[in-house]
Design a protein around this ligand. Structure first.
Ligand code: NAD
Length: 427
């Protein structure tokens, strides 16, 4: 009989509880959560109720949990961006394998410290670059490695963040300030840097980036805009960013349309319509998008060159209706393009009919990140059951994506200067 891998979770928020602990209900034979820590008592109550964790194995902080001898095979580090490395280093001292949320850290030296410590400890340290575990990107990578389009020449990737998601996370929400969490290119797009590196199949050598916070600034507030959307704002009717529209009626994320799921669970762990209105009246998510204390960019582009002479472009923009990722790769014998949301690849080998590669309905499986959240857990449980330590998104591969993202941010801040990654990493 298969023995479940045991897990402790530091940070039982959206990721710790909804994205990863939920795997236990699908595969109790593979995963058993035995301990958890969160500074919010209601999240620990949810952990007990959903995963059956004993009261005395629930802790009020990661620090308290980590003061105990090792309680499980794996520790999931799903606290906020700047807490990951201290928690991860303490956990390696205790002998845990680790599943660490991205970004590892906004400080490159910390990323490298964790990589070195992981090697020294001989433990698996897997970073949650969940998109590698989707059928879409796995099929694309396999197709490119088989040489179906010949030698790869260019890759163009676009991250369509969606206006409502951007307003939620990057204007009003947790990732609005780079000094508190991370710059946008790391917070949101280290996934894309990781995918570009993986698809290219060689190291990235240089990057150059442009971008800015252009729109969500006080000087762009329309005449008559109130500081909070529910406080008599004169612009409410014509503003797509109106908090009441986004959280109550929006077809992608309003409570009346989608029910009690993310992003509504961020406003309140029990997001009834009444609780959402209360959060909009009193909390950060009811603020006017032009009057927040945000500083992360709302659009950014990156040019990248790889060791095998592949050139790539990446665009991140807030200003899209749908939240999706698209990619196009050209090669000497053909081209392939696709949309993660559609879960389809269009392969065109030159001179031959176009082939549609349908990868099924990503939504109907395990919704999170096109199936990537659950794919990651499948992979991690199989890796550890087999005694391995080097997963698809091991710390070595993941640190490269962080170097790319942080170098791109340095380039953007320097007005688009070209940054050589080897020099940047050695600084
Ligand atoms: N892999 C992905 O695609 C992906 C997607 C979204 C977010 N993330 C990352 O995951 C991490 C968590 O994001 P989230 O959306 O779950 O945030 P969240 O705020 O919902 O969860 C973080 C939790 O940590 C708890 N916490 C804070 N300090 C603590 C401490 N000292 N000890 C124990 N618990 C503590 C908070 O109470 C909260 O419940 C972030 O770093 C974020 O950037 C990754």
């Amino acid at each position: 009989m298969e023995h479940p891998v045991t897990f402790a979770i530091c940070g039982c928020g959206n990721r710790g509880l909804e994205a990863y602990a939920s795997y236990q209900s699908l595969h109790p034979e593979r995963m058993r959560v035995v301990a958890g820590a969160d500074s919010r008592p209601e999240r620990l109550a949810m952990l007990r109720q959903r995963c059956g964790v004993a009261e005395d194995m629930c802790f009020a902080s990661a620090e308290e949990l980590l003061a105990r001898p090792r309680l499980a095979d794996v520790l999931i580090v799903a606290t906020q961006d700047r807490q990951h490395v201290p928690h991860a280093l303490a956990a390696l001292e205790r002998g845990y394998h680790l599943l660490v949320e991205k970004p590892i850290s906004p400080d490159l030296k910390e990323c490298i410290r964790l990589r070195d410590k992981a090697h020294e400890a001989g433990r698996a340290v897997i970073v949650c670059h969940v998109l590698r575990y989707t059928r879409f990107y796995a099929a694309l990578e396999a197709l490119l490695r088989r040489g179906d389009i010949g030698k790869i020449e260019t890759i163009d990737a676009v991250e369509h963040v969606a206006y409502w998601h951007h307003a939620h996370s990057f204007v009003r929400g947790n990732w609005r300030r780079s000094d508190e969490t991370s710059p946008m290119i790391l917070a949101k797009s280290c996934h894309d840097m990781d995918l570009l590196r993986w698809l290219a199949g060689e190291r990235c050598l240089k990057v150059q980036s442009f971008g800015s916070l252009d729109y969500f600034r006080p000087e762009n507030a329309p005449e008559g805009a109130a500081m909070r959307c529910l406080e008599g704002c004169a612009c409410k009717d014509n503003c797509p960013y109106d908090a009441e529209k986004i959280y109550i009626t929006n077809p992608h994320c309003g409570i009346r349309e989608v029910g009690k799921i993310w992003p509504l669970t961020i406003l309140n762990s029990d997001p009834t319509e009444e609780n959402i209105y209360e959060a909009l009246r009193t909390g950060p998510y009811g603020r006017c998008v032009f009057h927040c204390d945000n500083d992360v960019v709302d659009h950014q582009t990156v040019n990248l060159t790889f060791a095998n002479n592949i050139h790539a472009t990446f665009t991140m923009t807030a200003f899209t209706e749908l939240c999706r990722r698209t990619v196009k790769v050209t090669g000497t014998l053909g081209e392939v393009e696709g949309d993660l949301k559609e879960n389809k690849l269009l392969l065109h080998r030159f001179g031959m009919p176009e082939q549609v590669i349908d990868l099924g309905n990503a939504k109907s499986e395990f919704a999170g990140h096109g199936g990537g959240d659950m794919g990651l857990m499948d992979n991690l449980c199989a890796l550890l059951s087999g005694g391995g330590t080097q997963g698809l998104t091991s710390i070595d591969a993941s640190v490269e994506s962080h170097v790319m993202a942080l170098a791109a941010e340095a380039s953007r801040l320097a007005g688009g200067e070209t940054v050589t990654l080897a020099d940047f990493e050695a600084r």
